[in-house]
Design a protein. Structure first.
Length: 277
């Protein structure tokens, strides 16, 4: 039986929860104006924890100081954090999700994984079921979520990040070349900024280039001399590095080899098997 995993993610959780609460009280919807959660708006201290889509258009970024965000967008509405409200909404949203799945795993305050394996008799259409969950959360709680669907957690989470807000996306293994290969390398889950920079320095700018490059590394580890068939543009830079290995000092080469093995282990060939996650 093939696994079926949903990843449900609240869109801009802290801002959405704050906005939904204010809309119920008859106040303007923070999601429709340049707004952000975090810090103290009176003293212009603290950092931005969450931002609205209109605020993003002004260049406001999560994690930057409130003072800097206000310089970018003088009309930015900044509201303080309310963790009691966030906890209440998190519990309510997870209760709805749990009512649909035999097993649920909380990934964070605003994300859950639902194991829908074996529920085909109850929910024959996974996409329709995901839409039902999404719509029920919005109707009952007043905020939107994205739902990603796949056969494992990694792909389900990648799918939920495709396009926001209030969307359902699939990323099954057969859809990886069309939907995942073109994405920038920074979108690969668990890939940090330091690893991203090293990959870009190698000329690997998309997830597809990393995945195809991994096939090249397999030729080397298995000592296959014939790699001419792998000489696609996305792996030529890596190939040049490999041919120049004799010019590199022994210690530097060992470090480079360890980094290549690490990057390969984080690539599709490692994470996209159902044995993982």
């Amino acid at each position: 039986m093939e696994r079926l995993i949903f990843h449900v993610d609240v869109n801009s959780a802290f801002l959405s929860w704050e906005a939904a609460s204010r809309v119920k009280a008859g106040e303007p919807d923070l999601r429709e104006i340049p707004s952000a959660v975090g810090g103290d708006p009176r003293t212009r201290t603290g950092i931005i924890v969450a931002k609205s889509i209109p605020a993003k258009k002004y260049g406001v970024q999560t994690g930057e100081p409130v003072a800097m965000a206000l310089r970018k967008c003088p009309n930015l509405v900044v509201v303080p954090s309310d963790f009691r409200l966030y906890t209440k909404n998190s519990q309510a949203f997870k209760a709805i999700c749990k009512s649909y799945a035999p097993a649920m795993e909380s990934f964070s305050i605003d994300e859950v994984f639902l194991d829908m394996t074996g529920t085909s008799l109850i929910y024959p259409d996974p996409i329709a079921t995901a839409c039902e969950i999404k719509d029920k959360i919005y109707q009952e709680l007043g905020f939107t979520v994205n739902v990603g669907i796949s056969t494992n957690k990694l792909l389900a989470k990648m799918a939920s990040d495709f396009e926001k807000p209030n969307k359902v996306h699939t990323l099954f293994p057969e859809e990886i070349p069309a939907k995942m290969w073109p994405l920038p390398i920074r979108d690969l889950l668990f890939l940090g900024k330091a690893s991203e920079k090293k990959l870009v320095d190698f000329g690997i700018c998309t997830i597809g280039e990393l995945g195809k490059g991994s096939l090249l590394f397999r030729h080397f580890w298995e000592k296959r001399p014939d790699i001419s068939s792998s000489s696609t543009p996305e792996v030529l830079t890596i190939l040049r590095f490999w041919k120049c290995r004799r010019r590199v000092k022994a210690l530097a080469w060992r470090r480079l080899s360890m980094m290549i093995l690490y990057l390969w282990s984080r690539s599709s060939l490692f994470y996209w098997s159902n044995a993982m996650w």
